[in-house]
Design a protein around this ligand. Structure first.
Ligand SMILES: C[S@@+](CC[C@H](N)C(=O)[O-])C[C@H]1O[C@@H](n2cnc3c(N)ncnc32)[C@H](O)[C@@H]1O
Length: 230
């Protein structure tokens, strides 16, 4: 696969899991790579996406991955995520239920205030993470993009070489690409909206044309996580 900016941040996102996390929702799961990583940790995962082809590929890739794990008796084999073909803005999410809600490069496909419903679906102490995309509008945006260009080029070369060693690109469900859309809300606008809808959230820029937004629901005994970021 080509160097994937979203996959590159999986480990960073997994570090945001709250202790003892048992339930998760992945919004705009695409072909399910992040949902599978959550499930491999023993988390019960609901994963939604309206794209039929992506959800079909997600189910098939999961079945393949689990059968390979069973054959190799690899450690960490978890449950399969519950993939659902659905538009998250049209489904009723359970309130106060999920320990972790993730949105990887998908929030800009829907109205930003969808985060309201995602926030309300969090259990006490639950964490909402958004790996978001934004268009370049300010000098600072352009400066970050410029800095990303050489690193991105080097990463692409490294991934292409690794692919050649492995014997080429995958075919079948492994070749399915989730739908993409250009982001419209600037980093500054997103920051302003997030401060209103997710008070106390933290937001910061990441190198590869992404931001990370983290919101922690009050745990019932204390206040939400602190503000900050750039
Ligand atoms: C750029 S892809 C990202 C896929 C995946 N999260 C990843 O990291 O590879 C954006 C995904 O959001 C999904 N999406 C678009 N609108 C959505 C909605 N209303 N509800 C849930 N998912 C949506 C698209 O179908 C697509 O699979």
């Amino acid at each position: 696969m080509p160097f994937d900016h979203n996959d590159h941040y999986h480990r960073l996102l997994l570090r945001q899991l709250p202790p003892g996390c048992r339930t998760a929702l992945d919004v705009g799961c695409g072909t399910g790579r992040f949902a599978r990583r959550l499930a491999a940790r023993g988390i019960v995962v609901d994963a939604v996406d309206p794209a039929a082809e992506a959800v079909a590929a997600a189910r098939e890739l999961t079945a393949r991955e689990l059968s390979t794990r069973e054959l190799t008796a690899a450690a960490g084999a978890g449950e399969r995520p519950r993939f659902r073909q659905a538009d998250v803005t049209q489904v009723e999410l359970p309130r106060g239920h999920y320990d972790f809600v993730s949105c990887l490069a998908s929030l800009h496909h829907m109205p930003f205030d969808t985060v309201r419903a995602l926030r309300e679906s969090l259990a006490p102490g639950g964490v909402l993470v958004v790996l978001g995309c934004y268009p370049e509008r300010s000098r600072t945006d352009w400066a970050w993009s410029l800095a990303a260009v050489p690193v991105n080029a080097a990463a692409r070369v490294a991934v292409a070489l690794a692919e050649r060693v492995r014997g080429g690109r995958p075919a079948g469900p492994g070749a399915v690409r989730a739908p993409v859309a250009p982001p419209r809300m600037s980093y500054a606008e997103t920051r302003r909206e997030a401060a209103v809808l997710l008070p106390g959230c933290r937001m910061r820029r990441l190198l590869f044309w992404r931001y990370l937004l983290v919101h922690r629901a009050p745990d019932g005994a204390g206040a939400p996580g602190g503000a900050g970021g750039n």
